[in-house]
Design a protein around this ligand. Structure first.
Ligand code: ZN
Ligand code: ZN
Length: 382
């Protein structure tokens, strides 16, 4: 047995995903798929090999056996994935060999017929795409593989949902400790260092840490700084890590330094209640059959009605799984119909420039009748 028995799902899971991907390529009329490294490859094979500037790619032809093309020097790394237990040809190449030609050949298309359409993984970079395009010919249409495999990538199965549940509880345990870290006189950086340790206790990696105090909380992309916390200040804490087999956590709560909410600015108290209700309304709206855009609208209309629309400056949420930001994006214009098994964040925010901000973020999974919330720490400011 390889290590894959302990660090991946059972091989049958990946075998089924590969078969579904191949069927997806056939249904879309593609000659096949060329997938690069990263979350898409990990989803299909359990492999997190990194390619650097050399080409590593999983080629799934419409007809025949998939192949993994990779530098021969990296072959050993495949032992960590499910690949040794799957029906995948391993094609190691050495410097000087044309890896792009190997990838194109693995599509099993008769050179006489020529290529009509190929799905390309989202991590294939231009330095590989351009030579691939040259070999596939000008007649060949290129599509993003994620468009073809949307259903496969977007809907999570029970084993994946279990991973996301574990990630949700892990980050909840970190948030549970945050109030005691937010003491007047400490800097955002000192708090972030403590959070870093706490995330690592519960996860395999830290993905990001936002500690936005006072005016820094009004910048949704702030990370942390040397700003010193003052008693009664509002702090946005948005944190996430990599958990288990590579699934991500992502959760935001808004706190007050010292924990005494009577010290909060009355304007903040007013809009925080609006935000809280808007977040709950969006969660309550989630069920199979509604669009991603309508979940965004559920939160946004409440915030707009209260007069804070111009301060809610981002989409309501994003899908999450083996990557932190993926479909379904919960935003205006996304008419994607939600289905059971889709997992995403619901994270409305209100940001008053130069004063303070607030955001509440939970990960939810669509169920047959509504949704399950994977983050369960209190949402009231504390
Ligand atoms: Zn977040
Ligand atoms: Zn998020």
């Amino acid at each position: 047995m390889s290590d894959s028995s302990t660090s991946n799902f059972p091989p049958e899971v990946y075998a089924q995903r590969l078969a579904q991907a191949q069927q997806g390529a056939i249904n879309a009329g593609l000659d096949g798929l060329i997938i690069g490294t990263g979350a898409e490859l990990a989803y299909l094979t359990g492999s997190w090999i990194s390619s650097h500037e050399r080409l590593s790619a999983l080629v799934i032809p419409a007809t025949g056996t998939p192949s993994i093309i990779l530098p021969a020097v990296d072959r050993g790394d495949l032992a960590l994935s499910a690949i040794p237990n799957l029906e995948i040809n391993t094609i190691g190449w050495v410097d000087g060999q044309d890896a792009h030609e190997l990838a194109v050949t693995a599509l099993n298309v008769d050179a006489a017929t020529g290529f009509k359409a190929v799905g390309i993984g989202s991590s294939i970079t231009a330095d590989h795409l351009i030579p691939l395009q040259g070999l596939l010919g000008v007649e060949c249409r290129l599509e993003l593989a994620v468009q073809v495999l949307k259903e496969l990538f977007v809907s999570k199965d029970q084993a994946e949902i279990e991973q996301l549940r574990g990630a949700g509880s892990a980050i909840d345990r970190v948030h549970a400790v945050v109030p005691e870290l937010l003491r007047a006189g400490r800097t955002e950086r000192e708090v972030a260092a403590d959070i870093n340790e706490l995330i690592l206790k519960e996860h395999t990696e830290v993905d990001f840490i936002i500690v936005g105090s006072g005016p820094n909380g009004a910048n949704p992309h702030h990370s942390f700084s040397d700003r010193v916390l003052e008693s009664g200040e509002i702090v946005v804490v948005d944190i996430g890590g990599t958990y288990g087999l590579g699934y991500h956590s992502d959760c935001t709560r808004t706190y007050i330094v010292g924990g005494d909410t009577t010290q909060a600015d009355p304007e903040f108290t007013r809009f925080y209640e609006v935000l809280h209700q808007a977040q709950l309304a969006a969660v309550a709206h989630v069920r199979p059959g509604v669009t991603a855009a309508s979940v965004d609208a559920a939160a946004r209309t409440m915030i707009e009605a209260a007069g804070y629309g111009e301060y809610f400056i981002h989409r309501t949420g994003h899908g999450i799984g083996l990557s932190t930001h993926e479909e379904p994006f919960i935003m205006a214009g996304n008419e994607l119909i939600l289905e059971a098994g889709m997992a995403f964040s619901i994270e409305p925010g209100i940001y008053i420039p130069e004063k303070f901000g607030a955001r509440i973020e939970d990960i939810v999974v669509v169920t047959e009748t509504g949704c399950e919330t994977l983050n369960n720490e209190p949402k009231a400011v504390r």
